[in-house]
Design a protein around this ligand. Sequence first.
Ligand code: SF4
Length: 296
Amino acid sequence: MEVVRITPRGYCHGVVEAIRIAKRVGSDRAEGEQVTMLGYLVHNEHVTRELEEHGVALVDAPDRMKGLDQIKSGTVVFTAHGISPLVVAEAERRGLNVVDATCSDVTRTHDLVRRLTGEGYHVVYIGKRGHPEPAGALGVAPDATTLVERIEEVDDLDFPAGTRLAVTCQTTLSMWDTKTIIDRLVERFPDIAVHNEICLATQQRQEAAVLAATDVDCVVVVGSRLSSNSLRLVQVVEERAGKPAFLVDTAADVRPEWFAGMRRIGVTAGASTPTQLTRAVITSIEALPETSAAAV
Ligand code: SF4
């Protein structure tokens, strides 16, 4: 089976930096000190296990404030997805040492929301409900932001006359979905100030996957089901290139029957996927005999 390695793929700068910070904090911890990440530092189980081996425990709860209740002492590490200032303040009030591993691209969005709401704008934030990144960004100005997930929700928006509006978004969404929602917002609110904050790493991985997908039979995305950017890679390959796409966490998830009748398989990986996992997936696909796969 021929594998087309799609580039860029895998770790982005924000993930590399967050892992570096968490590992350092874990390694430097004092005797008996608890170090805890509040939620998955990045959305990948394998990274989480590795961090646990470095002394960084995981507390995962439905929301960050509830998770804080489970951390009684020591150091709390905030994840790459960003954190609401309300949670940071509460952690400090409880006497925890605070370490922030938020990606600089997410921090930029927080700064943007802070600036815009400070200037009197109401910010429409496009993002996925229940994902930690929107929760952190909306927490910057809870009373001056509105979360929108689907295009249909734009039609239900209603603001008092004279409201100055701006729109921004989660960094890891589909570029195309986001543009469609922004276009609808501009249609409804022609004066809305547009700030598309999809990060460069997400854009480059999505563009590369869609482009490569035109020249392969299907695309395998290596990443976690928890990972927004990995799920979006599957989505954009299916929707933009019209090719099948399969999400696998490890090589053990690869199913030979997916590739029946196929010859060229594209492989990409989410921004939080360790390189060795992607390498193992590539090796396992390359080892599949083309004829037997076609015969499955
Ligand atoms: S995907 Fe983008 S926003 Fe998320 S950690 Fe990577 S660079 Fe930062």
